[in-house]
Every structure is written in C-alpha cells, then in structure tokens.
Design a protein around this ligand. Structure first.
Ligand SMILES: *Cc1c(COP(=O)(O)O)cnc(C)c1O
Length: 366
C-alpha cells in the first residue's frame, strides 16, 4: 500500500489534460499573453458563477485583497480588522494598503472570525473588516454585516479558500462590498501558477480595481489614479481557469461527499470534527480536525502512510514579524493553532484512500 498523499494535483491535470492542452495552444496561437479574450470571458463567467456583477482578474489572491481594500478607500492611518486564525497573506495584503491590521479572535465552533471580537477590536480609526471564509466555510456574514453597518465599515471577504461556498443561499463574492479570490494551484479552483480575482457587485469598485491593477490607467497611456501597480491575470491562466470552471461544481460535490463520509465515519471517535454551521454551505477546501496531542496523532497517521498538514501552526501574532499585533483576546485562535490537523481531502481522492484515512484516524485516536 502506497502513501495517501495530502494532495496530488497530477491527477486533476491528467484528467483534464486535453482541455488544458487546448487552452494553452489557443493562447500560443493567438500570441496574446496579457488581456485578451480568455481574460474577458473568464471574468464574465466567474462573476456569473458567483452570482455577482463584476470580476476583475489580478495576479494573486493577496493582490486581490489589497486592491479591493484600496479601491474601497482603505489606506494610510486606517485600521482593518481580521481574524488571528488565518494565513499571513490576509494580513500582508492589509499592510500593503498602508493600513494597520488589527486581530480579532475566531469563534470556537466554526473557527471563522467572531463578530463580537470584531466589534471589540474596533476603534474610531477602523475602516474595514476582512472576514476570512476559512477552510471553505463562510464567516458569520449576517452578524458581521450588522457590526459593519453600525460602525460604517466596508466589508471585504477573503474568499481565497471558499470558491462556491455560500451563506443564506448567496455565494462568497456577494456577501460584502467586494471579495478576494485566489487561484493559487492548490485552491479549489487553481491556475497553473499565481492568479486571483476581485469580485463585486459595485461597478465603481470594479473600475477602480481595474485601474489600480494597471498603472492607474483609465485608458492606455492615461494614468488617472496615483499609486497604481501591475497586477494582471495572464491570458494563459485565464484560458486554463475557464476550462476548470466548467468542472468546479462537480469537484465541490465530490469534496462534500468525502467530507460527509469522514464526518459520519469518525463521529464516534475522540477527534473533534469540523462543523457545517446553519445557513452555510461548506466547500471543504480543507478538512480540519482538532486533537489534543497533535504530534503523536500525526506521527501515528504518518506511520499508517497518511500525509497530513497543519493549517496553521501558529496564529498570526505568534509569527516573529507580527508579535506586535498580539492582544489578550486571541485565546481561541491560539488554542486552535496547537490542535488543528488537516486530513487529505480533494476531489480525486479515491473511496479506498478515504477509507484508509478513516481507519488510520480511528486507530490513532481510539
Ligand atoms: C491562499 C490564500 C490567500 C492568498 O492568496 P495568494 O493567491 O496565494 O496570494 C489569502 N488568504 C487566504 C485565506 C488564503 O488561503
């Protein structure tokens, strides 16, 4: 028996090889590498799939978040609140705008940002909140929107892990003023390199993101906003993403099927299982469980040939670069960072492999 890999992207590439070859050939034939037909078509298709009016392709999820915040007026002197249980790019993107990130704690049931903690973290300088739809599940958007409305904040969803996830029947990308998506290769919708998009219903925001991402230009060689940058989605990545977008609903369905199988089969064992909260449809970017003794648990799984990863081994303020963001309100985030383990879950994982994961978890956890 071989190893059950945490993720094996070669399976997805093999299954879609013809479509990907066709896509790359069409870009080579057109010799159009930035902008172009594929970028426009993908932007339209992705916006429509999210149920939103606009999508603007950019170079990465980090850029998408920074550009969305900047387009909504966030900059020097502002504060932006986000959860402490996230990966660094969320915070790095906030810093890129000139604003100061402020950390809130996460909810102990859903592990997404706790609206009460967001409220407590606000000051008169708070301009925006960035709820992260962590692991593939939307944050508590109704309550967060309420806090944002009361305090006059803009809401930018970090939807890098949540393509197609929904809250109250509405998909990520439509739940705030704008949303940032990543198409990093391992995300639920992944390119062949870095790529991202800003999704919004607001035409003005989309227009501003487009200008900021292209040297501040409103038309070629006419720059109308300062501080522009170069953050484009390549035609090649867009061509591949168009092909993959056709498949994503089927992939998500398979992720949900595997997650349901794990949850049912592991219901009686001692690991703490992830929750799919009311109103929310989880897309299982990651299947994360909590265990009290992570090192032993992971060693036992490794012995059984099961690869696991940790998302994330430290809360944001436990990184050397971000110690100054620490407060005494971040206790749930800190506890999670000590106990989280991600099990293999991706659309091409076979039923047999899933059963091996379950068997190994049952034996490791007792
Ligand atoms: C991947 C990810 C990002 C950053 O996306 P990149 O495309 O890698 O820049 C931001 N936030 C979260 C939650 C992510 O998972």
């Amino acid at each position: 028996m071989g190893v059950v890999r945490f993720l094996d992207l070669s399976r997805q590439i093999a299954a879609l090889r013809q479509e990907i070859d066709r896509a790359t050939h069409s870009v080579l034939d057109s010799a159009r590498f930035t902008g172009g037909e594929h970028v426009e078509c993908f932007e339209h298709a992705f916006a429509e799939w999210c149920g939103a009016r606009h999508a603007v392709g950019v170079a990465s999820g980090t850029d998408a978040l920074a550009l969305a915040l900047r387009a909504l007026g966030v900059g020097d002197g502002d504060e932006v609140v986000t959860g402490a249980n996230t990966c660094i790019p969320t915070v790095a993107a906030i810093e890129q705008t000139g604003a100061t990130p402020v950390l809130a704690d996460v909810d102990s049931d859903t592990w997404t940002v706790d609206p009460a903690s967001v409220d407590a973290a606000c000051t008169p300088r708070t301009k925006a909140v960035v709820p992260v739809h962590l692991y593939g599940q939307c944050a508590d958007m109704r309550t967060i929107s309420g806090v944002a409305r009361d305090r006059g904040l803009v809401v930018v969803e970090d939807a890098a892990q949540a393509h197609g996830a929904s809250y109250g029947g509405y998909r990520a990308g439509t739940l705030g003023d704008a949303a940032a998506f990543s198409f990093y290769p391992t995300k639920n919708l992944g390119a062949l390199g870095d790529a991202g998009a800003v999704v919004t219903n607001c035409e003005e925001t989309a227009r501003k993101v487009r200008m900021l991402a292209n040297y501040g230009e409103s038309e070629r060689y006419l720059s109308v906003v300062p501080g522009g940058t170069n953050s484009r989605l390549d035609n090649l990545q867009a061509a591949v993403l168009r092909e993959k977008l056709v498949q994503i609903d089927r992939w998500t369905q398979r992720r949900r099927e595997l997650a349901a199988h794990y949850r049912e089969s592991l219901a009686e064992c001692s690991v703490h299982l992830p929750l799919e909260a009311p109103l929310r449809e989880h897309v299982w970017h990651l299947f994360v469980v909590l265990v009290p003794d992570r090192a032993t648990f992971r060693a036992r799984l490794a012995q059984a040939g099961i690869e696991t990863l940790v998302h994330y081994p430290r809360a944001v303020h436990k990184h050397p670069a971000y110690r100054h963001l620490g407060t005494d309100r971040l206790t749930v985030s800190e506890r999670l960072s000590e106990q989280v383990v991600s099990l293999p879950l991706y659309p091409e994982l076979s039923d047999q492999e899933a059963d091996r994961v379950i068997q190994a978890v049952l034996e490791a956890a007792g």
